[in-house]
Design a protein around this ligand. Structure first.
Ligand code: G6Q
Length: 424
């Protein structure tokens, strides 16, 4: 499959694979959601430095039509390739967006045969792919046991390979593999995912920390916290053990974060002086990919200053020695003793990214084992999919439908139906 992806990538890059009218492909739009979007979107942003700048990459996930409309408004179908990324090929959002993309292409090119040149699929459902009109030969497959949130290193990473090329994609995989091997063989005392997993359990279960902040001091990792939210919370946000027994302890904490230094000017206040304990993961690199004067030293000085201040704080004596009046001193005290972990790597490369993702994957698994939960199911996601299906006809029907929800939901649906008609 890797070879098939590489061959496809080569064809796009050299202009051997062309659009229906003979123009080369200049735009790639990945349509997918959840695990079929967050990993690819994060990896593209993270490795943008290594990407083919003559290819425009876009990611459409939301069923909100705005997502598709804005992603395609400056593109032309003749030069655009859609990757429909869906393991099941049954997901409402993805199929809706894919259908809209199909209409968008056909509206301009006016010929069903155009679909073959402008659509490929990443899926495990060959039948669904064929039914949609994509040639199964243009389907990239993967194992159906690979959960979406663990799949960015499978064919789901096709957009990543198109962006950075096959060689860089292989380098990313080697980073995954290096961390896999380390996790498998390193003694626990030196095993990074084990240590990170234990720390997460320690603060979550013994210090009642409710959240973890992920703070990359690297602009290219701006989507990393969103990616991690799914990896950690969808994997370990469970309330029963593997045997189906209700747990009597907390499982996954809430993950959140923003790149530094931006966060310092907003929510860090609460991390430093609020009443909650928030363990933080700081992520930084010794070398920048965009050397501009002293920007990088400033960035990293901020990271080191933050972790130092969080650990050691500032006592009232220090504040008074700085000349603060009595009334102000308590406001300027930092208690310190707030835990952080710093991941400091040499440089953000495809290989480093692979290792970083695998580090968190195995840390999530470690935590899941300790909490005795199934890190690989996602019934909460399935519920959302089923509930919406029931409500769609109630919003779309021409006749006033009988509603059997609770009174609040019924009222919201009626109000929506009433106000929606004002524009029609
Ligand atoms: C991931 C979840 C979920 C899934 C999406 C998309 O671990 O299962 O986020 O990836 O619901 O599913 P499809 O790829 O089947 O469209």
């Amino acid at each position: 499959m890797l070879d098939k992806m590489a061959e496809f990538t080569r064809k796009i890059h050299v202009g051997e694979w062309r659009g229906f009218t003979g123009l080369p492909i200049r735009n790639v739009v990945n349509i997918g959601i959840g695990g079929s979007d967050l990993g690819p979107a994060m990896a593209y942003e993270a490795l943008r430095h290594y990407s083919q700048r003559n290819l425009t990459m876009r990611f459409v996930s939301n069923v909100d039509g705005t997502d598709f409309a804005e992603a395609t408004r400056d593109l032309i179908p003749e030069e655009t390739l859609f990757i429909v990324c869906s393991k099941t090929f049954k997901t409402l959002e993805t199929l809706t967006n894919a259908q809209t993309a199909r209409d968008w292409v056909l509206h301009k090119l006016g010929d069903e045969r155009a679909i073959a040149q402008h659509f490929v699929a990443v899926s495990t459902n060959a039948e669904g792919v064929a039914k949609f009109g994509i040639d199964p030969q243009h389907m990239f497959g993967f194992w159906d046991w690979a959960g979406g949130r663990y799949s960015m290193d499978s064919a789901i990473g096709l957009s990543t390979m198109l962006a950075i090329g096959a060689e860089n994609f292989h380098a990313m995989l080697s980073g995954f593999r290096a961390m896999d091997q380390h996790f498998r063989s390193a003694p626990f005392a030196h095993n990074l995912p084990v240590l990170m997993g234990l720390l997460a359990v320690w603060y979550n279960n013994f210090f009642d920390a409710q959240t973890v902040a992920v703070l990359p001091y690297e602009q290219y990792l701006k989507r990393f916290p969103a990616y991690l939210q799914q990896l950690t919370m969808e994997s370990n946000g469970k309330h029963v053990t593997l045997d189906g027994v209700r747990v009597d302890y907390q499982t996954a904490p809430i993950y959140w974060g923003e790149p530094g230094t931006n966060g310092q000017h907003s929510f860090y206040q609460l991390i430093h002086q609020g009443t909650r304990l928030i363990p933080c993961d700081f992520i930084g690199f010794c070398q920048t990919l965009n050397p501009l004067e002293h920007h990088h030293d400033l960035l990293m000085a901020n990271l080191f200053a933050q972790t130092e201040a969080l650990a050691f704080g500032k006592t009232v004596q220090q504040v008074e020695a700085e000349g603060a009046p009595d009334w102000l001193a308590p406001h300027r005290v930092f208690e310190g003793n707030r835990p952080t972990t710093t991941l400091l790597a040499e440089r953000l490369t495809p290989k480093t990214l692979g290792s970083l993702v695998a580090l968190y994957e195995h840390s999530v698994f470690t935590q899941g084992v300790i909490w005795n939960v199934d890190s690989f199911d996602q019934w909460g996601v399935e519920l959302g999919k089923a509930l919406a299906e029931r409500t769609v006809p109630e919003l779309e029907s021409r006749q006033e439908p009988p509603l059997a929800h609770d009174s609040s939901t019924n009222a919201l649906i009626r109000r929506y139906r009433r106000l929606k008609r004002h524009r029609e």
